[in-house]
Design a binder for this molecule. Sequence first.
Ligand SMILES: Cc1ncc(COP(=O)(O)O)c(C=O)c1O
Length: 358
Amino acid sequence: MAAMGEVIDANAFAGGPFVARFEEAYARFCETKHCVGVANGTDSLWFSLLALGVGPGHEVITAPMTFMATAEAITYAGARPVFVDIDPRTFTIDVTKIEAAITPRTKAIMPVHLFGQCADLDPIMEIARRHKLVVIEDAAQAQGALYRGRKAGSIGDAGSFSFYPGKNLGAWGEAGAVTTNDPALRERLMMFREHGQKKKYYHDVVGWNGRMDGLQGAVLSVKLKYLDQANNGRRRAAARYHELLAGVAGVSLPAEADYGRHIYHVYAIRVQQRDDLLQRLGQRGISCGIHYPVPVHLQHAYANLGYKRGDFPVSESCADTFLSLPMFPELTDLQIETVARELTSLLAAPQPVGVRSA
Ligand SMILES: Cc1ncc(COP(=O)(O)O)c(C=O)c1O
């Protein structure tokens, strides 16, 4: 509240010093040279693509098991999303399948660090360098995740973050940011978020209004101090879920790759009859989620891309079986034990086929 009061007293609502202060702190946190604060994570993806020269006639390789925004940003840059299935262990892009999707039109790879776990970035960077492609990490769900000791968002040409309120680092409204080590890219990103201008009312390119609010900059600066603690709280909760659910028949648990540190933005198990289980857990007061029920290549909005069911079997099977259990840093042991107990008892007594709960 004190930080927000300072913004109000300074009348610094759109961009300004409170955003600049957060950018400095977040670049330090991510171990990058620069951070550019923007209005949301969709803008941060879009501006990264534009600033890296992605546009009409280009293709961008990404995973279909992601939030719609990843592909939307590619479309709004004028390019075409090209999907590659995910690895069934990490739920991130399957690096063994990327090269087969590269064409002369491919300009970028956009790995998604789904649920708070990094994609396998070393082979992705190696493929990108060999084919002269840029890499934009969609790190919207991975603030503070590690890949071989390095921070998410510090390895690709650009790292894109969302600070949507539900994220591990969440604003009190909408916000996002791009991290980079390239000063020229930083300049271009700053132009795109500010109507293409470097100097007020002199527009070098057609940009957009994509500034971060001063109030969000101030809130995020305060909350950043607690991010490691919050991520540790999520890891503790995940470890307890693992202990309680290991060996429960019919449950497949999320895995942490040996190359990184997962920050469990989402703790997604895989179960059969997921929809029924979701409903019955809800009736017992345990609200779960599905991230995501329809992979992007099968979304109605992307029917024009010509993909069909069967194209990406791992993503499709995950969409049918993912169940996100309650996950936040303050989960108590009693809450975790209650979720595990109810889930286990429902799985042990499956609903007879054709019988619906009231
Ligand atoms: C993987 C992924 N990419 C992009 C976004 C877009 O971020 P925002 O909602 O801040 O626009 C999100 C967040 O919802 C996301 O989860």
